[in-house]
Design a protein around this ligand. Structure first.
Ligand SMILES: *[C@@H]1O[C@H](CO)[C@@H](O)[C@H](O)[C@H]1NC(C)=O
Ligand SMILES: *[C@@H]1O[C@H](CO)[C@@H](O)[C@H](O)[C@H]1NC(C)=O
Ligand SMILES: *[C@@H]1O[C@H](CO)[C@@H](O)[C@H](O)[C@H]1NC(C)=O
Ligand SMILES: *[C@@H]1O[C@H](CO)[C@@H](O)[C@H](O)[C@H]1NC(C)=O
Ligand SMILES: *[C@@H]1O[C@H](CO)[C@@H](O)[C@H](O)[C@H]1NC(C)=O
Ligand SMILES: *[C@@H]1O[C@H](CO)[C@@H](O)[C@H](O)[C@H]1NC(C)=O
Ligand SMILES: *[C@@H]1O[C@H](CO)[C@@H](O)[C@H](O)[C@H]1NC(C)=O
Length: 645
């Protein structure tokens, strides 16, 4: 076919906006492509061969497309928060962000801020600070005061979804994690002990005494660590939620009622309805240990140092500027996620960010609706449910009940995150203040439930979506909504955000998903054996395809079936045009190399590497071979293809 002349081309642009769109999409895609590579040989190389991240981006964690987007967001935030253009005096949350960041970058810290805060709020003095190591010590109010500042003490108190009744948040009492002490590795322990010694010296102890006391503190902490079972993160082995009163009867010496009286001060709470999930084994051991007349000096000093340790006091004395910037941003992410997320969206989406954001949320909802519709069509047709209307209806019902949770931007005038007290130039005071506010917010959620849950903070630095099995719900964090994926652009959205939604949707009906019903309740055996076998035979095809990768089976299935769903949805909306754009757009989600360590996203571990995520997944779709005219002998067009739905 002859190429149109320039004039013809311009006319076409005017007459066919879709064509212009495709042209612009190709220009955008070509930046990262290696056009010398053959698409049918190595599609990842073809789509991503020219992709790279600058050294500044790499310093901020960029190693693939998504982490590069995240690095760009961090660069913008650092630039914005670090510019001292306007010493703002108002108390808007945006000004508070700048105030905090600048205090974090410039302030000298003082250990006394933390010890004073602890003395003030527990009303207790500490033997170490009184020169009187023989005085008795009441650890109960200190243990509670630490939690009001968000610090762990003898136990961690978390506010989490109730694993039985997912729409409710409740308290979990778990053992500490002992990350600073380490888990038996000598180096970590050595540095921890040295760090404790430095803190004690800063409190006025002489070198020899500080060293001795630090060694004793480490010994004490090791005896706490010995109380924990091997897999203490394993919440599924915990017992059901129970009433505070019952737990008190079981563990009288821990005085849980006094603990909750302190941390829930000012909230109108009802001890008879308060629900708790507790790590009973650990708490029993703790009760025994504390009853053994531990030296009050050790006990009190260990507690005294938990607050500065929680804020990583003086652990970063000689860090590089970029490390310090990232640490200060991370503190904002933890302590003011709502305000930071709003600023991020503002910086990434520009002047009309509110409108742009609302539009992108609406488009995402439409995309979700269309994907669901398309998936339902496949479920209606699949042989998995042949002559089995009951099971098919269960699957369709679950799909229809699935919800999408998109983040709301925090109210710009919202002071909720900072409370009444505006931040100042002292980092220690700021940290204490913010942490206190945050703990109060969490406690409200646990006590008042749904009322506060709508203000759920949404992680501005998470660029992954999640499917929550027990809620039958897909969640999109704010970070993802700030990436180019969620914005208006020229390439098929179905291949970017659409694929991500489709991938998560597949988890509802994967090997784990089929055991849960439409409301997220465990419903083992709801599918008859015949349907499970038909499903299993088809799913096993993927195990062969990936060479026995049974660990990642759910992820590999979700990738391949998800891309099929995204593609079908794209074709239904747009016809058979621009299939190549679709596949390259999909592939470019996975430019760069996967590196589970750098990503900081544990979920990545069970995914296949980026090259497989592209090559194996596209090669599995016949439409790919057709679009790129791959021969039947080419690597990217194998004869055997898998399909479940
Ligand atoms: C503790 O005693 C030392 C020397 O005996 C003294 O210098 C220091 O001020 C005392 N500290 C307190 C808090 O009383
Ligand atoms: C603490 O008690 C021990 C033994 O009961 C005693 O020898 C020591 O002098 C006491 N020290 C202080 C500072 O009171
Ligand atoms: C959690 O506990 C269950 C039951 O004891 C066990 O089957 C599972 O492997 C554990 N998971 C982890 C991550 O330790
Ligand atoms: C699937 O089948 C059901 C029952 O036959 C029907 O009501 C529904 O409209 C079908 N869904 C789609 C998307 O065609
Ligand atoms: C997968 O496992 C089966 C049986 O355990 C074995 O025969 C086969 O060679 C394995 N395939 C690969 C690619 O490792
Ligand atoms: C595909 O269709 C959607 C919805 O109809 C439309 O918004 C989009 O612009 C089309 N995209 C392309 C690349 O044609
Ligand atoms: C990833 O982390 C683990 C443990 O944290 C370590 O053993 C491994 O060497 C790391 N891998 C890379 C590629 O850094």
């Amino acid at each position: 076919m002859e190429l149109p002349s320039i004039t013809w081309f311009l006319v076409l642009l005017v007459l066919h906006p879709e064509l212009a769109k495709s042209e612009e999409c190709q220009q955008q895609l070509e930046i990262d492509m290696d056009l010398e590579e053959m698409a049918c040989k190595n599609f990842h190389q073809y789509a991503c061969g020219n992709w790279y991240a600058s050294s500044v981006q790499r310093k901020l964690g960029a190693h693939d497309m998504r982490s590069k987007w995240l690095a760009n967001m961090k660069m913008q935030l650092i630039r914005h928060l670090g510019s001292d253009s306007s010493p703002v005096v108002d108390s808007s949350s945006s000004a508070q962000l700048t105030t905090f960041y600048q205090s974090c970058m410039s302030s000298d810290q003082s250990l006394r801020s933390y010890t004073d805060a602890l003395i003030r709020s527990s009303g207790t003095n500490f033997p170490l600070l009184q020169n009187n190591s023989n005085s008795s010590f009441d650890w109960i109010p200190v243990n509670a005061a630490l939690r009001t500042y968000g610090a762990p003490s003898f136990w961690r108190l978390l506010v989490l979804d109730n694993w039985q009744l997912a729409d409710q948040k409740i308290f979990y009492i778990l053992s500490p994690t002992f990350d600073l002490l380490g888990h038996g590795d000598e180096f970590t322990e050595f540095f921890y002990e040295r760090n404790l010694k430095m803190l004690l010296m800063e409190l006025g102890l002489r070198v020899r005494r500080a060293a001795q006391l630090a060694a004793n503190l480490v010994e004490f902490e090791k005896s706490l660590r010995n109380l924990t079972p091997e897999n203490m993160e394993n919440l599924s082995v915990l017992r059901e939620p129970q009433k505070l009163r019952d737990l008190e009867l079981e563990l009288p010496e821990l005085q849980l009622r006094r603990y909750f009286d302190t941390i829930l001060q000012g909230l109108d709470w009802d001890p008879s309805t308060l629900l708790l999930v507790a790590d009973i084994g650990y708490l029993r051991g703790l009760q025994g240990l504390l009853a053994k007349q531990t030296d009050p000096l050790i006990l009190s000093t260990w507690l005294l140092l938990q607050l500065p340790l929680r804020f990583e006091y003086k652990m970063h004395e000689d860090e590089k500027l970029s490390t310090q910037q990232v640490r200060c941003l991370d503190q904002l992410r933890k302590l003011m996620p709502g305000a930071l997320g709003r600023l991020e969206i503002e910086l990434m989406l520009g002047e009309n960010y509110q409108d742009v954001y609302d539009t992108s949320i609406q488009q995402t909802a439409l995309l979700f609706r269309d994907l669901k519709q398309q998936f339902e069509l496949s479920l209606n047709r699949t042989e998995v449910f042949n002559e089995d209307l009951v099971t098919r209806n269960l699957a369709v019902e679950k799909l229809r009940a699935m919800r999408l949770l998109t983040p709301r931007l925090q109210d710009p005038t919202g002071h909720a995150a900072t409370g009444a007290t505006p931040l100042g130039s002292n980092l220690d005071e700021n940290l204490i203040q913010l942490s206190l506010n945050q703990a109060r917010l969490e406690f409200r959620q646990a006590v008042f439930g749904a009322e506060a849950v709508t203000s759920m903070p949404s992680d501005p630095f998470s660029v992954n979506a999640y499917y929550r099995l027990k809620l039958n719900r897909i969640e999109l964090p704010l970070g993802l909504m700030a990436t180019p994926l969620a914005r208006e652009h020229h390439c098929p959205k179905e291949a970017g955000l659409g694929f991500i939604l489709a991938h998560e949707m597949m988890h509802a009906l994967d090997y784990d998903g089929i055991n849960y019903d439409a409301t997220g309740q465990l419903a083992n055996g709801q599918w008859p054996a015949r349907a499970i076998i038909r499903f299993g035979v088809r799913a096993n095809c993927y195990i062969d395809l990936y060479g026995n990768a049974t660990v990642a089976i759910n992820e590999n299935v979700a990738d391949s079936e998800g891309l099929r769903l995204a593609l079908d949805t794209f074709r239904r909306r747009n016809g058979t045009q621009n299939l190549r754009d679709f596949f390259v757009t999909y592939a470019q989600n996975w430019c760069g190399t996967s590196n589970a360590n750098l990503s900081g996203i544990p979920q990545m571990v069970t995914h296949s590497g980026h090259v497989d995520r592209v090559n194996k997944v596209v090669a599995n779709l016949p439409e790919f071979g057709e679009a790129f005219h791959c021969t039947t002998t080419s690597l990217m067009n194998p004869i055997n293809k898998c399909r479940i739905w």
